[in-house]
Design a protein around this ligand. Structure first.
Ligand code: GLA
Length: 381
């Protein structure tokens, strides 16, 4: 992989890169659609990552190539970058150049060559990985001295304002800040973070990731509508954000809201509670206790937030029926991936049960793999 980004770089740009940087995709263990409500999340980085071989240019141009692209080499002028100007995958790295410039950081051009293993449209944050790989490379190449959370915020700004997806900060924070062997407990209001050790293997468990291969697209308006609904509900309740509604205040708040907003609020408030419960269990070494929390989180996303789909529901049901301790969709929803917590000897059985349920229902074969908590964005060569 590192070889691919570097080899492509030489072929495309005709020189050796200065270095190679990498940023991972993520799964979120619990805390879905809470980040844009100032709430809590608990993601972990995947071993799957985007790598970028890079070197500075001094002529204000960005030349970029991706092994996953259509073979063309993009050539952009830094001073021409503006929201809406760049489309397709190149908008993500271009957005990072734009966000850095907008924030007053002196970045000239660069030659870049990307290669990656994060599946796209699978709810595993390939976009954040692309942004954070670019950000960490430019941070080093230009000696900007920005911290990992600062890079994550710039990457989120690129996605919000340049690409046009109103995402929260979870994915970029996970890709930039996660560490090997730990999940990231993040308060998305204060950005306070804690690395929570998660050695699933030593405890006799596996985290299975099942990509349903139903492509999700957060740019299609549904995500923005949910976010707007949450903000409207917070406004009606006189709150800065739904994070400020404690579980004890939920019944009274629900009575004040129309049903479509009440459902959203119930999900967000109970989901924040599920994150803090999950943390208590992890701190107490009770990994198996996460199972029912995951499954309850899925029910809330399915029935209240309504972002699951037939395939994610079926994957969760089949996984639990085959002995998973718990399972849920992960990420924004409308397709994408499911995670299942399984005993060490149950991973193959659960993956096979999901595959067979998909075949019986006439769905395409899902892709399953076991995930271990992996490091965040950094230089790798
Ligand atoms: C997407 C967004 C995140 C977050 C999740 C849902 O992954 O990019 O900011 O809102 O959906 O938890």
């Amino acid at each position: 992989m590192i070889e691919q980004a570097a080899t492509d770089f030489e072929a495309v740009h005709g020189a050796r890169p200065t270095g190679v940087w990498a940023a991972p995709g993520r799964v979120n263990l619990i805390g879905e659609h809470t980040d844009y409500n100032d709430g809590f999340v608990l993601p972990m980085a995947l071993p799957h990552r985007v790598e970028v071989a890079a070197r500075r240019r001094d002529d204000g141009r960005v030349r970029l190539y991706s092994a996953q692209g259509d073979g063309t080499i993009g050539d952009l002028a830094l001073d021409g970058l503006a929201p809406g100007v760049v489309t397709g995958w190149a908008a993500y790295p271009a957005g990072v150049f734009w966000a850095l410039a907008e924030a007053g950081h002196a970045v000239g051009g660069a030659d870049l060559s990307f290669a990656g293993t994060v599946p796209t449209g699978a709810g595993l944050s390939s976009s954040a990985a692309l942004e954070c790989a670019t950000a960490v490379a430019l941070n080093d190449l230009y000696g900007l001295g920005l911290s990992a959370p600062q890079l994550a915020l710039l990457a989120q700004r690129a996605e919000n304002a340049f690409v046009g997806v109103p995402c929260g900060v979870m994915d970029q924070m996970a890709s930039a800040c996660c560490t090997d062997g730990a999940a990231l407990f993040l308060d998305t209001r204060t950005l306070e973070q804690r690395h929570v050790p998660l050695d699933l293997e030593a405890a006799g468990f596996r985290l299975l990731v099942i990509d349903t291969r139903v492509k999700h697209d957060l740019g299609d308006g549904a995500y923005a509508a949910l976010r707007a609904g949450c903000e409207r509900a917070a406004g009606l309740l006189g709150l800065d954000a739904l994070r400020d509604l404690p579980p004890a205040g939920l019944p009274a708040a629900l009575e004040r809201l129309p049903d479509d907003l009440a459902r959203l609020v119930r999900h967000v408030v109970t989901e924040n509670r599920r994150v803090t419960e999950a943390i208590e269990h992890l701190d107490g070494g009770r990994i198996a206790a996460l199972g029912p929390i995951l499954t309850a989180g899925h029910a809330s996303l399915r029935d209240d937030f309504r972002v699951s789909c037939d395939e994610t529901d079926l994957a969760v049901e089949a996984a639990v029926a085959a002995g998973a301790l718990g399972a849920r969709m992960t990420g924004g929803g409308f397709g994408g991936s499911v995670i299942a917590l399984v005993g060490a000897d149950g991973a193959d059985r659960v993956a096979e049960a999901v595959r067979s349920a998909f075949r019986s229902a006439g769905h395409a074969d899902p892709v399953a793999f076991t995930a271990v908590p992996s490091p965040g964005a950094r230089r790798v060569a």
